[in-house]
Design a protein around this ligand. Structure first.
Ligand SMILES: O=C(O)c1cccc(C(=O)CC[C@H]2O[C@@H](n3cnc4c(=O)[nH]cnc43)[C@H](O)[C@@H]2O)c1
Length: 254
């Protein structure tokens, strides 16, 4: 099965491909470059949910077979593209203390749009409370469990935010609105929107580079988190590549 992995920045992309060894083949996409290693296509799609959604949608569309004209025979038209069976949003992220310490891994049991909605005098309303859109995607629970077991990642909700949290008040507000949240990052929900529209399941895997809270850039441990990301993909690769899709009753309901 082919797997599309979407990161924000090139150093995260390279941390993922390093897990597979060798030199990836590169393919040009509108606004980005795919790095292909075996079954894995890895793309640095840009920071934030909008860039991530656009990049993911282009990559998925490129791999979706166009409907064959009525007159076409099976033997013409060149090599058909092989569609993706799974999309993974991956990279570094902020961890909520004490559940997700620096250097640890988190796999999303829910990918949550934490700031998509409306602010009111009585607090935040998610977009779903306004009567439209959606505010979360649920990765296949069996796959989340398998990746957690293979990598040691903690399973739990991962928030997608457009602004990196930088105060204690905002941290408390996020945890109040999303009890049990383990981490925040900026792309998961965008990647998931694009994957969902293509009918492809989605996963999010993050290595914790910093603690969510009052901004302290000097305390970020990006190198350690990138190394953890490489190790995680080394361990998760057989699970991701070998995952056969909706293979349990629970997943059919998820
Ligand atoms: O400054 C660097 O050297 C550097 C190297 C690698 C990556 C970065 C990034 O800033 C990556 C941005 C990416 O990381 C996610 N992220 C990380 N921590 C948080 C956080 O506390 N809150 C939200 N997002 C976070 C996010 O997905 C960014 O797109 C820098």
């Amino acid at each position: 099965m082919r797997v599309l992995v979407v990161t924000a920045v090139p150093v995260e992309r390279d941390a993922v491909t390093r897990a597979f060894g060798g030199t990836p083949e590169t393919l040009a996409l509108p606004g980005a470059e795919l790095h292909r290693s075996g079954a894995f296509d890895v793309l640095a799609g840009g920071a934030g949910p909008s860039a991530a959604a656009a990049a993911t949608a282009f990559a998925l569309a490129r791999a979706t077979p166009a409907p064959a004209p009525a007159s076409a025979s099976a033997s013409c038209g060149g090599t058909p593209p092989r569609p993706y069976g799974l999309v993974v949003s991956a990279g570094i992220g902020g961890g909520f203390a004490p559940a997700a310490p620096l250097g640890s891994l988190v796999v999303a049991s829910g990918i949550v749009a934490a700031d998509l909605g409306a602010e009111t005098p009585d607090g935040f309303l998610p977009v779903t409370a306004l009567g439209f859109g959606r505010d979360r995607f649920t990765p296949p629970p069996a796959l989340v469990r398998e990746v957690a077991a293979a990598t040691g990642a903690a399973p739990g909700p991962v928030l997608t935010v457009s602004t990196v949290t930088g105060t204690a008040d905002r941290t408390a507000a996020l945890l109040a609105a999303h009890p049990g949240a383990l981490a925040e990052a900026m792309e998961g929900f965008g990647v998931a929107e694009a994957a969902d529209r293509a009918g492809v399941p989605v996963l999010e895997l993050r290595a914790v580079s910093n603690t969510v809270g009052p901004r302290d850039r000097a305390a970020w441990r990006i190198g350690d988190a990138l190394a953890a990301l490489t190790e995680a993909f080394g361990k998760a690769a057989p699970v991701l590549e070998g995952w056969k899709g909706r293979n349990s009753h629970e997943d059919l309901e998820g």
